[in-house]
Design a protein around this ligand. Structure first.
Ligand code: SF4
Length: 361
């Protein structure tokens, strides 16, 4: 049912607290209802107006009449041998995005998406091969978290301890919504999670990294560097042509000066591409400019991949060189490889196949 003039109803979760308050003022309803509604939306993660049982029926009807409730729904889940769960979520407009639950012994991490597809088209990433459709709203990101948190509780009796915003899409190209989602997730009136349990991962948009510095954020930032060499980086990450390594370096220096947060550099080790001694030297030089840690990530290839993962010896030698330069290095084994839930593998497979075939000469 639409509003007069055939207007679409607005998703109630697009409203901030002041907007909800003004709705109740205009409706001559009790103003404390605004707080109740806000709590249902963001503290209790309600999925419909019917769940708001402490509101009178008339109030719920009035809300229903004016607003929609664009929840995301689980379309499909896949469980890996290592207990990682990948979920395809259907959005209210039919688009599909993916999120991942990564459980360990005593903690669980939700990896969430920020866009449908991704405009940056990194060559090693399945999402990058999908056409960019749109940004996710803050509420859609929030829903991911709520649904994955439920999976952690129901499947493994684990509390959700961490969130990594490194699923499909470039978070800093959906800046406002990502910041709003994090605000809700970390606020007392929302999920009350500590910001230092949240990591945002970017391909490196210098202007936005500086903006995060200016906002004096409290969550963690990781930059997907993958090589400190401009020619190589531009060949796998087209975004590097606009935002080269030097500009990213300056932005990280600025970010650190403002926030004193040690950033993480993500480095996907690709066989015979960025895993040589010279590559390690270039990376070490880059890292001298600010405090950081380096995550070396195992690459997951699929039948369409242009790259292969580096061998164990090369990986160890690469890490050892960096450590000899007093850098903090972690080698990250991928999780959920058998269900395409690991880093760079998130994509609706059908779309990848279509795109790959379409790209063939
Ligand atoms: S790696 Fe990240 S930024 Fe690059 S295409 Fe994939 S989702 Fe987009």
């Amino acid at each position: 049912m639409g509003l007069p003039g055939n207007q679409q109803k607005q998703d109630i979760r697009e409203l901030n607290y002041t907007d909800i308050l003004s709705f109740f003022t205009k409706s001559n309803d009790k103003l404390f209802r605004a707080k109740q509604v806000y709590e249902w939306l963001w503290k209790k993660g309600a999925a419909s107006f019917d769940e708001m049982t402490n509101l009178p029926k008339e109030t719920r009807n009035a809300l229903q009449q004016h607003f929609s409730f664009n929840r995301i729904a689980i379309e499909k889940t896949q469980q890996s041998k290592d207990r990682t769960i990948k979920t395809a979520f259907r959005l209210h407009d039919g688009e599909i995005i993916e999120g991942v639950l990564i459980p360990t012994e005593n903690r669980s991490t939700a990896c969430i998406s920020t866009q449908v597809g991704c405009p940056l088209a990194c060559k090693f990433c399945a999402t990058g091969s999908l056409k960019f459709k749109r940004n996710l709203s803050a509420a859609e990101m929030f829903d991911h978290v709520i649904l994955i948190r439920k999976q952690a509780q129901e499947n493994y009796r684990l509390t959700l301890t961490n969130i990594v915003i490194m699923g499909m899409g470039e978070p800093l190209l959906n800046y406002e919504n990502v910041m709003r989602a994090i605000g809700i997730i970390t606020s007392k009136e929302g999920l009350d999670m500590s910001p230092d349990r949240i990591t945002v991962s970017t391909a490196g948009i210098p202007k936005m990294i500086k903006m995060l510095g200016d906002e004096n954020i409290k969550f963690n930032l990781s930059v997907s560097l993958h090589t400190a060499n401009d020619i190589k980086r531009s060949s796998i990450m087209p975004v590097n042509k606009r935002h080269p390594v030097e500009a990213i370096k300056d932005a990280i220096i600025y970010f650190y000066q403002k926030t004193h947060i040690r950033i993480t550099l993500e480095y996907l080790l690709l066989d015979n591409f960025n895993d040589g001694l010279n590559d390690a030297k270039e990376l070490a030089l880059f890292c001298k400019n600010f405090p950081c840690k380096i995550n070396i990530i195992e690459y997951n290839s699929n039948e369409y991949s242009l790259f292969k993962k580096s061998g164990e010896q090369k990986t160890k030698a690469f890490a050892a060189f960096l450590e000899s330069k007093n850098l903090i290095v972690n080698i990250r084994k991928s999780r959920g490889k058998d269900i395409d839930a690991a880093c760079g593998q998130l994509a609706n497979k059908k779309h990848v196949v279509i795109r790959q075939l379409a790209d063939e000469p």
